[in-house]
Design a protein. Structure first.
Length: 220
């Protein structure tokens, strides 16, 4: 969950901070109010150069406020009980390594544009193509998004239901196989039981005869 974003010298923003609550958040305002810029700031914070060059098709200078030497986005995320903060400072030519880092529960775990992105993607389980196709929906694109069933399955983990079904089926098959094996052994034991009883009766008769002979020898 995205909790807050802080923006400095990002496009039209001089300095701004936005908080987000649980559930659905609505961003509204007049044309030119900065709604798209806010979404772009979140995208840049999450994916850095991957978003700027590969998906956005831009240069870093496009996101830098006119007249500013540097800009910065700072994104606060709560995920899996951990507090994640990603900071990306950038200039006209790209990110500033010393000002680009990822912190988890207060400890820095990655620095630099590519390492921050790779580590964040690993922790969140969210790839750029999935984010771009589903979570970042531009105006008029909803119909196309609804047709992206593969992405929808991965984002909402619907594919995991198929995996659960497979596991349940495997467990059921194994249980049935063990029951059949156990049933076969039980049937075999039932077939052998009369033979074992006959042997036991024979041993009892022999024991009685031996005891009788022993008694006769003692009397003699």
């Amino acid at each position: 969950m995205i909790k807050k974003i802080e923006i400095v010298n990002f496009k039209a923003y001089d300095k701004a901070s936005f908080r987000f609550g649980e559930g659905v958040n609505f961003i509204y305002g007049a044309n030119g109010a900065g709604k798209t810029s806010l979404m772009e700031a979140i995208s840049v914070a999450l994916f850095g150069s991957q978003w700027v060059t590969r998906w956005g098709g831009r240069r870093w200078s496009h996101f830098l406020r006119r007249g500013a030497a540097w800009g910065e986005v700072k994104l606060y995320i709560s995920h899996g009980g951990r507090e994640i903060v990603v900071v990306r400072r950038f200039g006209e030519e790209g990110t500033v390594s010393s000002g680009t880092y990822l912190a988890v529960d207060g400890g820095v775990v990655a620095r630099g544009d590519s390492d921050v992105t790779a580590t964040l993607v690993s922790k969140l389980g969210l790839r750029l193509d999935e984010y771009a196709h589903l979570l970042y929906i531009r105006q008029g694109e909803l119909r196309r998004i609804l047709q992206e069933t593969d992405y929808i399955d991965r984002i909402f983990r619907l594919d995991e239901f198929d995996k659960v079904d497979e596991v349940v089926k495997d467990v059921h098959d194994e249980f049935r196989a063990r029951r059949e094996r156990a049933g076969g052994r039980l049937e075999e034991l039932e077939k052998r039981l009369p033979v074992l009883r006959s042997r036991l009766d024979d041993l009892r008769r022999r024991l009685e005869e031996a005891e009788k002979r022993a008694a006769e020898l003692e009397e003699a």
